[in-house]
Design a protein around this ligand. Sequence first.
Ligand SMILES: [Zn+2]
Ligand SMILES: [Zn+2]
Length: 109
Amino acid sequence: MEAVTKFQKGSGNVELRNMPDPECTDEKVILEIAHCGVCGTDLHVYHDTFRNYPPVILGHEFSGTIVEVGRSVKDIKPGDIFSVLGATAVQCSSCEYCEPGEFMFCENR
Ligand SMILES: [Zn+2]
Ligand SMILES: [Zn+2]
């Protein structure tokens, strides 16, 4: 797949590259991305002012259509449309939003 990738440390060092396609294991899904946002964090990674470990694919806020579903995945099927915030590391894990997995609404983010 093509992806905007920071390929080495330092300011800049970003280009469109061919990266390996993700694998759909039993507990995962494959989503074909339709739209992707450019977050402030992406700009900090671009300028190397936020920790990053190249190669890094930029763009962690996106939406698209499910094209493949792992065998253990329930309630999601090909054709479903999702919006995704892939960066879930910043959360409290214990509020009324985090407990059911709605990290984007966490008031402690
Ligand atoms: Zn972001
Ligand atoms: Zn929370």
